[in-house]
Design a protein around this ligand. Sequence first.
Ligand code: ATP
Ligand code: FE2
Length: 321
Amino acid sequence: GQILGIEGTAWNLSAALFDRDLLALCSRPYSPEHGGIHPREAAQHHASAMREVIATVTKEPEKITGIAFSQGPGLGPCLRTVATAARSLALALEVPLIGVNHCVAHVEIGSWATGCRDPIVLYASGANTQVIGYLNGRYRIFGETLDIGIGNALDKFARAKDLPHPGGPLIEAQAKSGTYFELPYTVKGMDLAFSGLVSAAKDSRKLLSDVCCSLQETAFAMCVEVTERALSLTGKDEVLLVGGVGANARLQEMLRIMCEERGAHFFVPERKYLGDNGAMIAYTGKLMLESGQTLAIENSQVNPSFRSDDVEVTWKHEATP
Ligand code: ATP
Ligand code: FE2
C-alpha cells in the first residue's frame, strides 16, 4: 500500500508517497530572512505550505493506506503543525496514523538508498550529532554531542562572520583554499562537544579560509574518531553517513579513508536523502505499519526530545553474524 509521509521537524516541510519505491516527493524549505531558524516562523511557513506539498504528492487519495509523520525530535511548533495535518488526514481517509522518529528515519532511508545492512551511522545534521548502531532490537546511541549539533556549530560560526544561513556549504567552499592550524578538539569517551571549538574559531583573527579549513578539519576529525571507536567496539564493518552535514565532501573523504584503513565499507546516500525529507518518513512509516506499529489519535502527541533508542525496532531482524 501507499504511505504518505510528512516531515517538518525544522526547516523543511516535505511530503512523500512511498510504495515499493518512492513515488513522489515535494519539499518547501523555509529560509529565515536573517539569523537562524525561528521556530514560530518556521511553523507558520509549514502551515502555509501544507496544502501544496500534500496535494502535489497525493493524486489518488483512495490508494493511501497510512499516514506517517515525524513525531520528534524537533522544534515544538513545527512538530505540532505537522502532527495536526497528519491526524486530520488519517481521520479523513480512515487509515492508520504512524508516528516516526526523525533520527531513525534518517538511518532507515540512508540504508535503503545505499543498500548497506548493519552500519555504524554517523548522523551529522543541524541539531543532532550522534553515532548510532543497531543492537538487540533498538538503534543505540554510542556517542553524541554534549552541547550543540555540528551543523548548528557551523551555522553559528558563519553567522558571526556575516555569512548567510545555512553556513555549512559556504564554510566548505572557503575551506578548500585554507590552511590548517590547531583549534580546540573535544572528545570525551564516545561523546563530543563543539561550543569551545566554535568560540575559538569565532575569536580567531586568521584568514577566513584558514579558519574555515581548521574548523572543518577539527569538527570532522572528532566525528570520525567516535565513529571509528564504535566500529571497533561493535565489530561492525559498515559506516553510513546521514544528515545535512553529510553533504560535505571533506567529511565524506575523511570517513572513506578511515573505512579503507580498517577494511570497512563506507556508504553515503545521494543528497536528496541526506538532509530532512519526506521520503524518509514515508519509508520508515511503511516499515512500521507493516510490522504492526500504528498510533491511536489520542496517543499521537509530539515529542520534541524523542530519542532513537526509545523506538522498538519491530521491522528488523537481528543481523546474522
Ligand atoms: P535534524 O533535525 O536532523 O538535526 P536539520 O533540521 O538540522 O536536521 P539537515 O537537513 O539534516 O536539517 O541539516 C542541515 C544542516 O546541514 C545545516 O546546519 C547546514 O549548515 C548543514 N549543511 C548543509 N550542507 C552542508 C555542507 N556542504 N557542509 C557542511 N554542512 C552542511
Ligand atoms: Fe534531520
